[in-house]
Design a protein around this ligand. Sequence first.
Ligand SMILES: Nc1ncnc2c1ncn2[C@@H]1O[C@H](COP(=O)(O)OP(=O)(O)OP(=O)(O)O)[C@@H](O)[C@H]1O
Ligand SMILES: [Mg+2]
Length: 492
Amino acid sequence: MRPEVRIAWALAGALALTVFLIDALTPLDIAIAVFYVVVVLLVASSGGRTATVCAAWGCVLLTLAGFALSHDDSVSTGAIARCAVSLLAIATTSYLALRNQTATADLREQVEERKQAERALERTEAFLLDAQRLSRTASIATRLPEGTMWWSDEAYRIFDYTRDVTPSIDAILARTHPDDLALVRNAYENEKGGAPVIDVEHRLRMPDGAIKHVHYVAHVVQRSGELEYAGALMDITETTLAQEALARSTAELAHVTRISMLGELAASIAHETTQPIAAIVTCGDAALRWLNRPQPDLAEAKQSITQMIRDAKRASDVIQRIRAMAKKHEGPAARFALNGTVEEALELVRGELDRHSVAVRVQLAEPSPAVCGDRVQLQQVLINVIMNGTQAMAGQNAPRRLHIATRMFDDNHAHVIVEDSGPGIGEESAGRIFNAFFTTKADGMGMGLSICRSIVEAHGGRIWAEGAAQGGASLQFILPVDRETCDEQPAG
Ligand SMILES: Nc1ncnc2c1ncn2[C@@H]1O[C@H](COP(=O)(O)OP(=O)(O)OP(=O)(O)O)[C@@H](O)[C@H]1O
Ligand SMILES: [Mg+2]
């Protein structure tokens, strides 16, 4: 119990006792019991409903007891009237005190509800402010035509203004990047013209020279008959900078990809022209020898020079094909006999095979499967695979045997097999031999098989390696056979 309540109740008790004693023991002809109302009021002001009701009943009982004690035999009408007045006063005061208590309780409840609503509002405002700060989104309200503005805290932060600055279009224009002034003015004019939606992205230039990118979106709302825009201003500087960085990286990546493609292109050209150039040098040497004889053999020299021209032409053809492949242009597609291409390729590397004492066995399908594609490119595949086999056997004393075969793989595919009697492909290299720049040779480029795979796959085929029956490697590829869908061209 609070001290002031305790004092009030002690006072009430003392007063009740005093009134009772005077009422019961003194022969006063006044309605002294009326003072009980003060007791009721004292209790009502400090206690609840129950205490008030109890005090009221207590006072009624004390009034009756006082009346009974002071009037034992003769009861005058005046005494009865005074007692009745006292009881009526106690009842009326109690009733009014109780009503007052009910009204006060209602009022307290309303005040409490209001306080709760205010607290909820404060919380919502705090959430909103937090959300605005975190998302860097400000609120801007604009009333037209006078142009009165209201900015949220975040708007002041974005524009970098202190709270004493009055929000206005001039304040916004003062922070707008000079190159975007027309854009912002135009958006404001549209607002004045009553456009339903405003959506504009522009830059701000801060006093320290820093640039911010912002996005303003607003829509029109009618408030009490006036034109007003409710808008959101988003600081999108980070997103914009990230997008710009992404665009830069993409451009750089494209550049690097082009450079690496160029590297592969150069490597392919270098790889594929090595063999014809070596052949040209050999034929040139031979031609010189024929001419340097005391009796020059012009016929032989002529033959060597013809071969030199053929090899040079082939080198130039190869370069053209590789360039076309790199540009993703289709090479000239023609229908040709696979067996003929195998024989041509063998003819072109005959010198190398002889130099390395390789015994070649050729087994060709009869009739020859016809395929559609670029004959020079397929010759390249065969030359690369034959050269790899020859190089693999170069260091060995054991017989160097090369077996080349063509046959049908299934109804729709022709099959080419090139087997050597070399050491075979090591397990650790097996999965990588078709990768560009993978080589186990000191002077290798690692481009041969990668070029072969590009060519075979561009022709709709597949290439793979196996172990050969005679112990070496077996390189095999299949190509779709042509069902006369390709223009027939004379094999040249
Ligand atoms: N017939 C084969 N026998 C054994 N290993 C082979 C054979 N053919 C290819 N390889 C292995 O595959 C690797 C890749 O061959 P690829 O033709 O792509 O490149 P390379 O011959 O090394 O170099 P280059 O680019 O000069 O042709 C070779 O280094 C070799 O290890
Ligand atoms: Mg090779």
